[in-house]
Design a protein. Structure first.
Length: 276
């Protein structure tokens, strides 16, 4: 039962964050008139899915492989590796037909949402803590509540920045060899144990806020298949004045998947070793 409680909290937390992250890409794409063909929580690898339905030309669903999620954007080489439509002339509703700066916003929208979610969570947690403290002193009024609500925002933003910068610094120390990777990275098992074997909503939302910021940082990494990798390719396109070849993008995506798979195996293995 303890294992189910920990796993359930982790799955709930990641489901919220992944859905919001992908919603960022979805809304940005729609805002620029780009067609979104699929919106999935978890991956529907090999065509298997738990549930799906189509609404206004977009397929929404939940896959069976809980390793993230994705939105399939028309005219873009992404996780689906669907290159057939790339052989034809660009359509007005396709990703590749839009200006590079618009595509950049679409790519970074998920990261931006993760940061906003982090700020919001720590804003609300700070407000809740301060409100309870004032209420304990019997000095809580409508005016003081409004003041605390506004006052808590910069505190939440500051906590978000502190966590982001600490994680970025730690990641840099891993690359320079100052910190051992096995000590720095936790996989799903290690993260699940942080939630504990009982449900504490303050702790749950604190960890969800931390994970949201960690997801933003991870997706900023210039690894093909991640948002940061796509952003780097767009920067190269802006500098050279023409898009990278489809063949190069295909190979880069495959290389990115191999890197991510390797990281996944490493973190899972590290978690298991830590339990032994």
């Amino acid at each position: 039962m303890d294992t189910l409680i920990m796993a359930g909290q982790l799955i709930l937390s990641l489901s919220i964050l992944i859905t919001l992250h992908e919603l960022g890409h979805f809304l940005a794409a729609r805002a620029f008139g780009i067609k979104v063909e699929k919106f999935y929580l978890f991956f529907d690898a090999w065509g298997f899915k738990l549930i799906s339905f189509t609404y206004k030309g977009c397929e929404y669903g939940i896959g069976w492989l809980p390793l993230g999620g994705y939105v399939k954007i028309a005219g873009m080489i992404d996780e689906s590796m669907d290159t057939e439509q790339m052989a034809s002339e660009p359509k007005i509703w396709e990703f590749r037909s839009k200006a590079a700066w618009k595509r950049m916003i679409v790519m970074l929208a998920g990261i931006i949402v993760n940061i906003i979610v982090g700020v919001f969570i720590f804003w609300m947690l700070t407000f809740s803590s301060q409100k309870n403290a004032v209420a304990g002193n019997n000095t809580l009024t409508h005016k003081s509540t409004s003041h605390l609500f506004i006052q808590s925002l910069p505190v939440g933003a500051s906590k978000t920045w502190d966590i982001f910068s600490a994680n970025a610094k730690g990641l840099g120390q891993v690359f320079t060899g100052e910190i051992n990777a096995s000590q720095a990275f936790k996989g799903p098992i290690g993260i699940a144990t942080l939630f504990g074997n009982s449900v504490n909503w303050f702790k749950f939302w604190t960890l969800t806020g931390v994970l949201s910021i960690a997801l933003a940082l991870m997706n900023l990494l210039p690894i093909p298949a991640l948002d940061g990798g796509h952003a780097v390719f767009l920067l190269i396109e802006m500098i050279k004045g023409s898009p990278l070849s489809i063949k190069f993008m295909e190979r880069a995506q495959l290389a990115g998947f191999v890197i991510l798979l390797g990281l996944m195996v490493f973190t899972f293995g590290n978690d298991i070793i830590q339990l032994l």
